[in-house]
Design a protein around this ligand. Structure first.
Ligand SMILES: Nc1ncnc2c1ncn2[C@@H]1O[C@H](COP(=O)(O)OP(=O)(O)O)[C@@H](O)[C@H]1O
Ligand SMILES: O=P(O)(O)OC[C@H]1O[C@](O)(COP(=O)(O)O)[C@@H](O)[C@@H]1O
Ligand SMILES: [Mg+2]
Length: 476
């Protein structure tokens, strides 16, 4: 039995809605329009008359269905945190003719953005009969500085075959009250926000302001991050595509390196704070001798250092390939360059180019010491990877995310991000995806698999291991 408990009150940005049950069951629920607007009318879900869906047994999701965050459990361990299962509900809180939806894309590009836009438009239109959908151009600031563009299934028909976002995007410029004024003035009542961690923080404050004003407007986030750095969810869309495309750069580096004497191929991949793309691209390739990520500190000189390892690999194998995430070695580099730190328009730290820096360091080391002649080739495929359309599996994933968002908003849920948790689509409250970042845990099995596949040094002292374990403990 589920006992509705404690923190149903909403306060400031801590709008937590928590339901607890027997055996340590906790549901971190998402807000609903009826939480702050009384006596809202409901309507039967139009899908029940849809020829395709009406024949599906149990098509509508049971209102009590929830998905556990942890699926590995022990006999006596508490059941732990759960999220509301995504999907169509029997009752909806919007009459389709009254819906005016809008879609905005914010932050950096990511393969699959256009697919999500397409499937929100087609989902609203074909499943719910909603035909008034606006595109907000150029990210958050487009709400108040640009005209809107109408979106129909015809207009978005083949956009999933193109990279980028047809709506344009931007960093910075998220003026919450101007955005909500624009939503209110235009009569928009469903807002679909596609973007990364920064965007979801923006979506959360937009939702807060909408709730404060008591507007019947559903706010749904669709998490976008090529870096896979969004917490809670299994994986972000575009990540698979990025790992696949990164193989082309790694292959090129490998071909170059093995064709010349003492060839060293260096490839820099995306990953500001999280090295998932570098880690998975390395594991997939098998041509990589060393992978460096932000989560795992490393050093260059001396015993167990990178230079010693490169020399060893060149002597053993005649060539080597190094893959690094853009956020790797930032502290090491800042120390050696005494660099001043800068930020982009969204407040993200602007990184120094670790690829160029490390390439120069490697060249200097081998030429200055007159150790051996090396031939180093540096490849930075960042924007070539980011700009491609999503692959087949990401296309399917984007479709399901978009449809989950549409079902959630139509059912009156708001202030949520859609996400895959243990293979099931869920609605996650904003605060859970914005409070921490998803990072590679260097004391987990996956990083151990990588170390054993490349045979690179771990560069870790026992102090580093303890520090990593402490950080993980803090997150729990
Ligand atoms: N803490 C925040 N509060 C409100 N808006 C934010 C916040 N952080 C970022 N944003 C806004 O979200 C948008 C995208 O953020 P950015 O960090 O550039 O990309 P991403 O969403 O991909 O992480 C920008 O318009 C930015 O102003
Ligand atoms: O050149 P830009 O647009 O600032 O983007 C660079 C950043 O965008 C990313 O690809 C993704 O970052 P966001 O998720 O914050 O958009 C990072 O890996 C990279 O540091
Ligand atoms: Mg970000």
């Amino acid at each position: 039995m589920i006992r509705s408990s404690t923190a149903m009150g909403f306060s400031g940005t801590d709008h937590m809605k928590i339901v607890s049950g027997d055996a340590g069951y906790v549901l971190q629920d998402v807000p609903h329009l009826s939480d702050f607007i009384p006596d809202l009318p409901t309507y039967p879900n139009p899908l029940q008359h849809n020829a395709a869906y009406s024949v599906v047994k149990q098509y509508f999701v049971n209102v009590d269905d929830t998905v556990p965050q942890k699926i590995v459990v022990h006999k006596n361990s508490p059941r732990g945190t759960h999220f509301r299962r995504a999907g169509p509900r029997q009752k909806v809180y919007f009459d389709s003719d009254d819906v005016l939806a809008c879609i905005v894309t914010c932050g950096g590009l990511c393969p699959g953005l256009n697919t999500v836009i397409r499937e929100i438009v087609c989902g609203l239109y074909h499943m719910y009969g909603v035909s008034r959908i606006l595109g907000i151009e150029g990210g958050y600031r487009g709400f108040y500085s640009r005209n809107t563009t109408p979106l129909t299934p015809k207009i978005v028909n083949d956009i999933h075959k193109r990279g980028g976002t047809i709506l344009g995007t931007s960093r910075g410029g998220s003026d919450t009250s101007k955005i909500v004024d624009s939503i209110q003035d235009r009569g928009i009542n469903q807002v679909y926000i596609i973007g990364g961690d920064g965007t979801q923080k923006g979506a959360s404050v937009i939702f807060e302001e909408i709730r404060r004003r008591g507007l019947k407007v559903a706010v749904a986030g669709i998490p976008k991050t090529i870096d896979n750095d969004i917490a809670v969810i299994d994986k972000s869309f575009g990540f698979d595509t990025a790992v696949e495309e990164a193989q082309r750069a790694i292959n090129a580096a490998h071909v170059e390196a093995e064709s010349i004497e003492n060839g060293v191929g260096v490839v820099k991949l995306m990953g500001r704070y999280s090295g998932f793309i570098a880690m998975y691209a390395t594991l997939a390739s098998r041509d990589v001798d060393c992978c460096l990520i932000p989560e795992s500190p490393f050093y260059l000189e001396g015993k167990g250092g990178l230079f010693e390892y490169i020399e060893k690999r060149l002597k053993e194998n005649g060539h080597m390939v190094l893959v690094l995430a853009e956020g790797a070695g930032q502290e090491l580099m800042a120390e050696s360059m005494r660099a001043v730190s800068h930020e982009d328009a969204s407040g993200n730290k602007l990184l120094l180019d670790v690829g160029l820096w490390i390439s120069q360091k490697i060249k200097d080391h081998f030429t200055e010491r007159n150790k051996m002649v090396i031939n180093l080739k540096y490849i930075d495929p960042t924007y070539m990877i980011r700009a491609i359309p999503s692959n087949a599996s990401d296309n399917v994933y984007c479709t399901l995310l978009a449809q989950s968002a549409v079902h959630g908003a139509m059912a009156g849920y708001t202030g949520f991000t859609v996400g895959l948790v243990n293979g099931r689509h869920t609605y996650i409250p904003f605060y859970r995806v914005t409070e921490t970042q998803n990072q590679v845990v260097i004391t987990d099995r996956m990083w151990a698999r990588l170390l054993s596949s490349t045979n690179q040094p771990s560069f870790l002292s026992s102090k580093d291991i303890m520090e990593s374990e402490r950080k993980e403990e803090e997150k729990k």
